[in-house]
Write a protein that binds this ligand. Structure first.
Ligand code: FEO
Length: 172
């Protein structure tokens, strides 16, 4: 397979992962809506939107480099969570997987001497560092409050204030 075709195939796969990630975060948002924790739900709504932005950036980039877009199936998210902590731990796990996939894509672009894809992936590498740090910080804070209702309500208030802030990207 020629270099360009390999890159386009990997990009299409990654685009699917980003859409899938958005879908999973939507499931987390739904869980928190059901728990009557709208601030936590807001956190995951924003997270889902960010993943859509990531997917669309890849969608547009594939077109710009003259590749064909392939929209792959998106698996159904896991139903329900055990707790707020569980939802955030699943989120961190997902972010670590995404980071590893982004890293593989960057390595592929390097091996294939595909400079545009290589430069394009740099933004995603930085974004993953931010995302993992965000989830790690949230998990520490949720562990601090444990199952204390007051503590969770306090965090819910904080999460309610979160605004979409990282929709910018390589082409913004
Ligand atoms: Fe698309 Fe949360 O990384």
């Amino acid at each position: 397979m020629e270099s360009q075709a390999k890159i386009v195939k990997a990009l299409n796969k990654q685009m699917g992962k980003e859409f899938s990630s958005a879908y999973n975060y939507l499931a987390s948002a739904a869980y928190f809506e059901e728990q009557e924790l709208p601030g936590f739900a807001n956190f995951f709504h924003i997270q889902a939107k960010e993943e859509l932005v990531h997917a669309m950036k890849i969608f547009e980039f594939i077109h710009r480099i003259g590749g064909d877009t392939e929209l792959l199936p998106i698996p159904a998210p896991k139903a329900g969570f055990e707790s707020a902590l569980d939802a955030f731990e699943q989120g961190l796990k997902q972010e670590k997987e995404l980071a590893s996939e982004i890293n593989s894509l960057l390595n592929l672009a390097t091996d294939e001497h595909h400079s545009p894809a290589r430069v394009f992936m740099f933004w995603f590498v930085n974004e993953q560092v931010e995302e993992e740090a965000l989830f790690t910080r949230c998990i520490k804070r949720i562990k601090l409050v444990g199952k204390d209702g007051q503590g969770l309500l306090m965090l819910d208030k904080e999460f309610a204030e979160r605004k979409a802030d990282s929709a910018e990207g390589p082409d913004a």
